[in-house]
Design a protein. Sequence first.
Length: 831
Amino acid sequence: MLDETAQTSTIAVTITDYVAGNWSIRTGQPANIVLYNVAPLPEITSLSASHTSAGQLQLTWSGQKLDETEISVYVTPDIGVEGTSDAGELGVLIGRLSDLEATGQTMTLDLPADLQTGDYYVRLIASKQDSVNQTIVATRPNGEACTFRHTNRDQPAPPGAVSLENSGDERFRVQVVPGSDASTYDGYCVSIFESTAGGLVPTDFTGLFFQKDAHGNMPEMIVGGTYFTTDGHAYGLTAGKSYVAQVAAYKLKAPGIPGEDDLVILSTDAISAAGQLLPATPPTATFRPQSSHKVLPRMVQTGLGTQEKVQVPTFTSGEVAFSLQTDVPVSGYWTIDGLLAQDLTDSTGSALNMVDDVSLVNVTQQLCDGDHVVSFVGTDQQGDNLCFSKLFAVDTTPPRLMLTSPNNGSFFEEDGTLWIEGLGDKDALYTVVVDGVTLIKRHTLASLGVTLDPKNGVLRLRVDVEPGVSSHRVLVIAEDAVGNSAVHQATVQNQGLGKIASVNVLADGALLPGKNIPLAGPGNTGALLQLAGITETGSQLLINDSNLVQWTAVAKRGNAEVEADGQLTIAPSSIGFVEGALRISDTFSLTDALAFGAEVNLVGLRHLVVASTIGGTATGEGAYLPGAEVKLTATPAPGYRFVKWVTSGGGSFTSASAATTGFTMPDQNVVVTAQFKYINSGTIDPPEQPDPDTSEEPEPEPEPEPEILDPEQPVPPDPETEQPEEPEENLFNAGTFASIALPEQMAKNPQGVVACYMVGQREVIVPLCAILGGKMVFRAPATASYYLKRAQPKLRDIDQHWARGVIHFVASRGLLRETGNQLFSPQTPMT
């Protein structure tokens, strides 16, 4: 302290430890120095100890001002070497005196019950905060350090021997040979040290206790592995390094004080030889679905706020089958959904399925819809662990599809607008099929530009259907990503049915302006009749519901018959008419009629009938001399386009694909038909295909002409020797134009191929069917499933005939039949 007025300085020095010797004080300039002895410090001047027969320790000490200190008493097997940096071990605390108790000169202390047997020193530490920290060892009168021998009768014998062996997953199995009194200890305390050139270095695995079970058996002592904290720090052992195990047996002893933990009494340690830790090579497992499934991508939660895209196998049946395959045999267990799969009411049950030394596990199990997790846990023969889990799903529930329109008996608008309305799933894939033709194929609502009503979840989708028919069969399919589907079917009616003012009879799908069906010649004449309604606005719609139509044939000469489906057969030289009636009520019908055979009175002239299909009109009909040039004109109705002209037989067109063209009259009666096509009946393909609504449509190409059978072509192969093909059935409604692709074998040789359908147990051949561009086309005479077959009439007398190919063509379709005994008699006059 500096006093500038008095020109003096004061310095205080506190000496805490006594050191013998002379002290000197020097100043930078000559000065008068006054020394003061302020106060003596607390000090222990002597300490002695003795060990009593009762196992207690009696201490005697002396000193000064000890009431200001706190005294702690330790017993230690090692006090180090005085005057060096080796301070030994601190030892075991056996007592502590507060500053009030430190004035006494003697004290008797109980030794801890868990103090190991051995020779000990007594060390006493006196401390006062910020001033004193004195350590003194008890001595004998001669000044030597005092020691005493302590024997703990409860201490177990040390283990006989310790060894380390690799146990997989970078762990050790600690093997111990029990000591001489193995039945008296309760377990082992294990510590692992790294063996280095500088000595043993403690690892993260020290002081691990392994206790005997209730039957006195020791568990496996597996130590090691790698563990990670939440901040990513790793703890554990390192492969490639050498380690030793230090093991002590221990015994538990009640403390004698209620509420206190048991005392742990350790034996002396046994140390193993050093062992090198091998790296882990864990088994790998693979999940392989066996039953029907699809693999779907999905975002799943992988951590706090993080997601990852994974591939999830999704089974389409509740009967789930899969296999778990490992690269090496493992033993362990597998489980689905863990304890969630366990019957908790059955205490003996288990959700675990044990396996032993296997590399393939086949699993078949009935599961409910939803997500599931299979876990496979085990170890291989080297002890490396397998811990495998796989997320999979079961989805057998189809999308929601609850439509209010269309329904049976509901309507589509006269212009062909059909509304599909109701409840649906926004993520479903929708397909719309009308009369067997796919208009929309596996589209989402979004790709169709449709959104669900946010208030009630209702969808509203517009589909354009052909307006020229009285009804359509509509099929709506909603399909999810795995293939589950909901189906809605309905037959809808044309709103124009209520506005029909009159009807027309069509022959083979065409309108005959002359109202006469010309006879084919010497054979029977056949035609498929249909009824078309004419609305108040003049548009036509084909009545394709046979329940609404009634047919009547009247022959004034000869014979004519008409079936309920409209199939008309006229005998040669017959004259008469056929009437079609649209039933409006039980007492009222709209009717129209066609004559047949009216052209028989023409002398030298040939009758040309100009017909048209639904979708337009055609002109040019009349009686003409053979070779005459006739002008034909086809006019399409709104929503339709002209396709081409076709002839029933003979004659030639200047251009069959031109709406206005010339026709050369043959030397026979003939029917030419203008064919029209509805232009809004295209299919909307899936989104990955070009959208026909936005793509530029190319100019329509003329459809191929029917394949003309070569009369010189050999007779088709015998179906008994030909390799059969599985017939494919196709459903078509009555009156619709049908098309079936020829299978490869039939396409190579189409001779004798016909379209068929079943009426009860009777097979019916479609008589008017032809092959166009590799497809069998026809107008379906009835609502049925149609298939292709090769018909082979057995005719023994035509093999050398010049027209054998044509004869087979008409005979296979039932248009002409044998005269008996498998004879066609081509040269026999008809009667």
